[in-house]
Design a protein around this ligand. Structure first.
Ligand SMILES: Nc1ncnc2c1ncn2[C@@H]1O[C@H](COP(=O)(O)OP(=O)(O)OP(=O)(O)O)[C@@H](O)[C@H]1O
Ligand SMILES: [Mg+2]
Length: 147
């Protein structure tokens, strides 16, 4: 875990904004997520959960939109905890029924339908907003107590 002194030396908490349009961008986003979570000293389990979630959200940008979208990664610090946040945003087709999309096994293109419910389980906070023909925004956060 980074100490207060080390954290204070960083001018801004580390983060990244990544465009996801092609398949290799998914792997790039996953790698960036892993690096960010590791750099602030999260446990291996939390690093894995975050990197997997970012990979699933990036995959959805690639598979379910034409124009792709963006993945924004951010490190956070609050009340003795450190955390990482991912925001996945697109202005693609949107999701007609978000409640259905959050069910295990629901897919519109022959996937496993495990992506979104998996992200909700792996992360501590999860929000999704979507509008047909306007796009989708998912925000998810993973926290850990500072030791
Ligand atoms: N960014 C998005 N834009 C439009 N529709 C989306 C988006 N993300 C998810 N969806 C819709 O929600 C459904 C469920 O997504 P989820 O990630 O759970 O499963 P999947 O992508 O179909 O399969 P898997 O992720 O297991 O490969 C998708 O099939 C798709 O219809
Ligand atoms: Mg998916």
């Amino acid at each position: 875990m980074v100490s207060d002194a080390e954290y204070g030396m960083m001018n801004e908490p580390p983060g990244a904004v990544l465009a996801v349009k092609e398949e290799w961008h998914v792997a790039q986003a996953q790698r960036a997520a892993k690096m960010l979570a590791r750099s602030i000293g999260l446990s291996q389990v939390a690093v894995f959960s975050f990197a997997t979630s970012v990979s699933e959200l990036a995959n959805n940008l690639f598979f379910h939109t034409r124009g792709g979208g963006t993945i924004t990664l951010r490190a956070m610090r609050q009340n003795g905890s450190v955390g990482v946040e991912v925001v996945a945003e697109d202005d693609g087709p949107g999701i007609a029924n978000v409640d259905s999309a959050m069910q295990d096994g629901f897919t519109t293109n022959g996937g496993l339908g495990g992506g979104l419910p998996g992200v909700e389980r792996l992360m501590d906070e999860f929000e999704i907003a979507s509008q047909v023909d306007a796009g989708t925004r998912v925000v998810a956060r993973k926290w850990e107590q500072c030791r």
